[in-house]
Design a protein around this ligand. Structure first.
Ligand SMILES: [Zn+2]
Length: 332
């Protein structure tokens, strides 16, 4: 998989341009922004990191997570997700252009991974809930594996919920934060690339805990501040994209977040495949970025085998920005 497949350069550039404009247009009332303690470990010991598109990012000195504070209040974020042109562009042009590639290179492998978990953890024939089911691509791919008897989604957007229902899936039309035990019980809940967007990840995790049976599993992915491109590129990393990405949890912070949300950590991996490609492309697009020359040489190398080896090394040593957690709900 290459970055170009899932984010064609021209379409992604247009999206980033719209997002930048939206970040300005929708968030002018900075006086309404709310200062928050670390959304990952809950301590309040920030150190200034940088400002991007008018949003301040800090590093938590207790756990190392990178996060935006002060941040827009929930109603401002809600209006943004309902009305912003970049959100519409993502949901229509951008998504359509990349759906086939995403299905093949992201969703089918995720579904295969989930089917493997069902086998490994004795959940075959059980129930799966996708927290943020969007266009239902993951639901379709998981259903194809036949590993689960029940495959459902949660999505607060009525339009997206309707898309999934048209495909024959049951969708709970709520925010994950508002789930109750009556929406469960669920054997395996999954949340791909959601945590980095949330005003309060702990409230989200508590919602997920409401629908899981005791001992039920939650698979989560997120971007991490410990990852390769964030550590090398800082504010230049394309992943630092306000107002979408406002939390970049560190590994240490995640362990604390899980513990205080009633989950036990089973597996922590960084199966990322794009870090080297993303840094390479970012440097090519913006040669003014000053990077340590050794790293610049490695990611800029024409030797594809070397780059693949470097990516493999990052993934295996928990150094990719793309982090995956498997956690279990603690028995009450
Ligand atoms: Zn922290």
């Amino acid at each position: 998989m290459k970055e170009q497949d899932i984010r064609p350069a021209d379409i992604f550039a247009r999206y980033l341009e719209l997002a930048k404009q939206d970040a300005h247009d929708f968030f002018q009332e900075q006086g309404r922004f709310v200062a928050v303690a670390c959304p990952v470990c809950a301590e309040d010991r920030p150190r200034d990191a940088f400002v991007k598109d008018g949003f301040s990012y800090v590093v938590c000195q207790a756990c190392g997570s990178l996060y935006n504070t002060p941040r827009p209040p929930l109603d401002m974020i809600g209006r943004y997700y309902e009305q912003a042109p970049s959100v519409k562009y993502w949901a229509t042009d951008f998504y359509k252009a990349t759906e086939a590639a995403r299905r093949e290179s992201m969703f089918a492998p995720r579904a295969a991974h989930l089917a493997g978990l069902a086998r490994d953890y004795g959940m075959e024939g059980g129930s799966l809930l996708d927290l943020g089911s969007g266009f239902g691509i993951l639901l379709e791919e998981v259903a194809k594996t036949g590993a689960f008897a029940q495959v459902r989604g949660v999505d607060c957007s009525p339009d997206l919920a309707a898309v999934c229902r048209d495909k024959g899936f049951e969708v709970i039309g709520k925010n994950v934060e508002d789930l109750t035990p009556a929406d469960g019980p669920v054997d395996l809940a999954v949340s791909f690339e959601v945590l980095e967007h949330l005003f309060d990840p702990a409230v989200f995790l508590r919602g997920a805990g409401q629908v899981l049976r005791p001992g039920g599993l939650l698979l989560l992915t997120t971007l991490t501040s410990d990852g390769f491109d964030l550590r090398l590129l800082g504010p230049h990393a394309k992943a630092v994209q306000p107002p979408y990405h406002i939390n970049f949890p560190s590994r240490a912070g995640l362990e604390r977040l899980l513990a205080r949300s009633g989950f036990k950590l089973l597996e922590l991996t960084t199966p990322g495949r794009l870090d080297v490609d993303i840094v390479r492309n970012t440097l090519a697009e913006n040669p003014a970025i000053e990077l340590d020359p050794l790293w610049a040489d490695l990611v800029g190398s024409e030797d594809e085998k070397l780059r693949a080896g470097l990516q493999e090394f990052l993934a295996q040593n928990r150094l990719s920005s793309h982090l995956m957690l498997l956690v279990a709900k603690e028995a009450a």
